[in-house]
Design a protein around this ligand. Structure first.
Ligand SMILES: Nc1ncnc2c1ncn2[C@@H]1O[C@H](COP(=O)(O)OP(=O)(O)OP(=O)(O)O)[C@@H](O)[C@H]1O
Length: 576
């Protein structure tokens, strides 16, 4: 909780002011029974109307003060709690952005979303409650007890008989509650994951008529969440009856004792009324206390989940920026792999083994191989999504580990295998590659990516909204838009991970022709022989190893695997 509460620091004065107001409100409330006792003993019993009206007016004034303090307190408490949650959410988001891919893979997306939304919400609401009522409850209990002692110490003693049992009971229950609520938050992660997957795959669900299956899956996770939440709440709700019982026994003891004292003329009726009044307040506040402890257990569990993210080492992303040295310009070897092997974190089987090749400046290198042979993995090592387990990669003659990460990534245009668009206009999506690009540059990039004519044909042209709930572009259109997004960066190294798979032959040919106009060095994963033929050289991967490298003609002579691939694709063309 300490890590998370650190984010309250900038708002500490708001919080302190809210607490002071709360204390004033509390003090005003606590003197009220004293005044009522005075009205009874000196006014009603002695039939002094002047005392009744004077103290009645004072009582009214104090009630007004309590009311005003309460309202101002709400204003400051909500300001502190909302600003705290705003900063916390931003800090979590920024931390997640700084994760290396290896760290990112450890956490399911749904769990990160729950932490940023529901977990923040839990802590924020308990903070608001703390500033508004939480501290008020224990303070009220203590102060009410003190006031009761002040009125009549012996009667007040009787109120305290159950205190040790209650304290022990509350300690145990909060500890248990926090564990149970951690489980509830994990269930919430699972519910979010099920929801996210099902909604993302809505076409599949409909096509396969799996609605009932998905419903059942969702029902199961929702049921687990319900059961665990009930378990946690039931444990916490045990608090109320136990507390009420202990407090009622204490109250009865005080009344019994007070009545005896009055009958022996050792106490006044007003004193008993005041003590009972304080005792009733204590009971009420204990009820509130139970409610707050419930929220506290929940917030504790959520804080721990958030702290886990906040204290995470930033790893790769931060390290390179720190170690980054200036880069020597060796213009000829744009990219070089030197004996590179790679194993994904949390797995033991190497995905790439001893890969060595270089790509000259301006060269277009095709990478081919069966599915799962490691093509995407090889490309992902160049922008340092991961670091090789063995060997080194150089860009422009310098180990990429010695490049400042930002500088390295700024010269790379990366088009992933799966095209992703963001919610916004087509123009926004292309400019996502370089925010400061002018509209002319957007058009130049889309022309080169062979998508300008398609965009112009849309009624709203570049202003057409795409993304989650916008126009749904075709697979090939999305791929070309993703390519335009990479091209607008004017990259020195262009990485295309099977990014033209959905294009027809004519459009693809036009794209390659246009790309000749860039000076970019290209690494292109492809499954198509006619794309590979257009490359200067081809790297052929086979189960993570480099099976061959050379031009199409060379591989046709030297590589049996390449001949087989060519043969199988020619057969397909023949069949068609
Ligand atoms: N994040 C990951 N964690 C563990 N293993 C992974 C991960 N991503 C990929 N792999 C494994 O690495 C191997 C190579 O995957 P990769 O995606 O690089 O192949 P590919 O040649 O690009 O395949 P495709 O042509 O189907 O896209 C596969 O066996 C895959 O299961």
């Amino acid at each position: 909780m300490k890590v998370v509460l650190g984010y309250l620091k900038p708002y500490k004065w708001y919080a302190i002011f809210a607490l002071v107001l709360m204390l004033a409100e509390l003090a005003a409330e606590l003197v009220q029974p004293l005044i009522i006792a005075k009205i009874i003993d000196d006014g009603i019993v002695l039939k002094d109307f002047h005392v009744i009206s004077l103290w009645g007016c004072i009582l009214l004034g104090i009630a007004f003060i309590a009311f005003t303090c309460g309202i101002i307190n709400t204003y400051y408490s909500s300001h502190a709690a909302q600003s705290f949650a705003f900063d916390l959410r931003n800090a979590l988001f920024s931390k997640i952005q700084s994760f290396s891919m290896a760290t990112y893979l450890k956490y399911p997306t749904s769990s990160l979303i729950t932490r940023l939304t529901n977990d923040v919400q839990q802590v924020q609401s308990i903070l608001f409650m703390s500033l508004r009522i939480m501290l008020r409850a224990p303070l009220s209990v203590v102060l009410s007890l003190m006031m009761a002692f002040f009125v009549n110490a012996k009667m007040a003693m009787m109120l305290m008989i159950g205190t040790p049992i209650l304290a022990l009971f509350l300690y145990v229950i909060v500890k248990k509650g926090s564990q149970l609520f951690s489980e509830v938050q994990r269930r919430m992660d699972k519910l979010n994951r099920a929801l996210q997957e099902s909604l993302q795959a809505i076409y599949l669900v409909k096509a396969f008529m799996r609605n009932a299956y998905e419903m059942e899956k969702f029902h199961r996770v929702a049921e687990d969440l319900k059961v665990d939440t009930m378990k946690a709440l039931r444990t916490m709700e045990l608090m109320m009856p136990v507390m009420t019982f202990v407090l009622n026994v204490s109250l009865l003891s005080a009344i019994w004792y007070g009545a005896r004292e009055i009958s022996m003329n050792q106490a006044q009726v007003g004193e008993l009324v005041a003590v009972v009044n304080y005792a009733l307040r204590i009971t009420g506040y204990f009820g509130m206390f139970a409610f707050i402890l419930n929220g506290f257990s929940r917030a504790k569990a959520s804080s721990e989940r958030m702290a886990e993210i906040l204290i995470m080492e930033e790893g790769l992303e931060r390290d390179c920026e720190r170690n980054g040295k200036s880069v020597s310009q060796d213009e000829n070897d744009m990219v070089r792999f030197n004996g590179v092997s790679f194993t994904y974190p949390n797995t033991d089987k190497p995905v790439l083994q001893n890969i060595t090749f270089e790509v000259k400046k301006g060269e277009k290198l095709a990478i081919m191989g069966a599915t799962g042979s490691g093509k995407s993995t090889l490309l992902s090592l160049i922008p340092r999504f991961y670091d090789p387990t063995e060997g080194a990669i150089e860009v422009r003659g310098k180990n990429i580990k010695d490049w400042p990460l930002k500088e390295l990534r700024s010269i790379i245009g990366y088009v992933p295998q799966k095209s992703l668009l963001f919610t916004g206009s087509i123009e926004d999506n292309v400019k996502w590659g370089r925010r400061e690009a002018a509209f002319d540059e957007v058009v130049a990039a889309t022309k080169m990516a062979q998508i300008h004519d398609t965009i112009s044909a849309f009624p709203e042209g570049y202003g057409t909204m795409v993304g989650q709930k916008g126009v749904n572009l075709s697979g090939g259109q999305k791929q070309r838009l993703s390519i335009a997004r990479a091209l607008i960066r004017k990259p020195q190294i262009l990485i295309l991970d099977d990014s033209t798979s959905a294009l027809d032959v004519k459009t693809e040919a036009a794209l390659w022709e246009a790309l000749k106009g860039t000076e970019a060095t290209m690494l292109v994963v492809t499954q198509k022989i006619h794309t590979a033929k257009g490359a200067d050289r081809i790297v052929l991967l086979d189960e993570g190893e480099m099976a061959a490298i050379g031009t199409h003609e060379e591989l046709m002579k030297t590589s049996r695997l390449y001949q087989q691939i060519v043969g199988s694709q020619e057969e397909q063309v023949g069949d068609e």
